[in-house]
Design a binder for this molecule. Structure first.
Ligand SMILES: [Zn+2]
Length: 205
């Protein structure tokens, strides 16, 4: 992370990930690469270079884990999901397996699934519309053995991480249903709407 002031000037352990998207873009001094070669722009117009984005993604992954108390020392984690989300989840868990003191194995005591803000906002609205409250526990970041380490990431963020890390993945074969189509349209006109759905759900559940 040399020359990367975005990475080194911030106290990442206390960093306010919850309100990250509400900060103005100039809240943090960026590295010169952020200005020169951005790979990502948040809705608050903050841009990040490749190094800063990877750093931000991995720190946020650790933050999600702490916030929801997902992974404990000695856990054995099985990984489920599909496409780039599964590959990104596998990569980031593998990257931190020593730090978190866990093992990754098909017969885990916990199952990590690759759900994101994109998939969760969809399911939450589906539950609200169809009033199928019985489905509700499965929407939480943790439900018994199941954990969702990517819970607070958008699909775009996970896809970019997978691409920057050069991960190989099979494109999704899932058809886009009406609700997904509706939400994607809404998100284009009102960025952050999917995140708002997930945050509201967390507040009221
Ligand atoms: Zn940077």
């Amino acid at each position: 992370m040399q020359n990367c002031r975005f990475g080194v000037n911030v106290n990442w352990s206390n960093y306010d990930y919850e309100n990250f998207y509400n900060y103005p873009a100039n809240h943090i001094i960026m590295c010169h690469l952020c200005n020169a070669k951005p790979v990502y722009e948040f809705t608050n117009k903050r841009k990040l270079c490749r190094n800063c984005f990877i750093h931000w993604f991995e720190k946020k992954f650790l933050f999600i884990n702490r916030k929801f108390n997902m992974i404990k020392k000695g856990d054995i984690i099985a990984i489920k999901g599909e496409g780039y989300k599964k590959e990104a989840l596998k990569y980031v868990l593998d990257n931190f397996k020593n730090k978190l003191m866990i093992k990754i194995n098909n017969k885990g005591n916990k199952i990590a699934i690759s759900d994101t803000i994109g998939s969760e906002s969809n399911k939450i609205i589906d539950v609200l519309i169809n009033k199928n409250i019985n489905k509700s526990p499965s929407l939480k970041p943790i439900n018994n053995k199941i954990i969702k380490p990517l819970y607070l990431f958008t699909d775009e963020e996970v896809l970019l991480y997978a691409k920057l890390k050069g991960l190989k993945y099979k494109p999704s074969t899932k058809k886009i249903d009406n609700l997904t189509y509706f939400l994607n349209n809404l998100e284009q006109k009102h960025p952050e709407v999917k995140r708002a759905v997930v945050n509201s759900y967390l507040k009221f559940s």
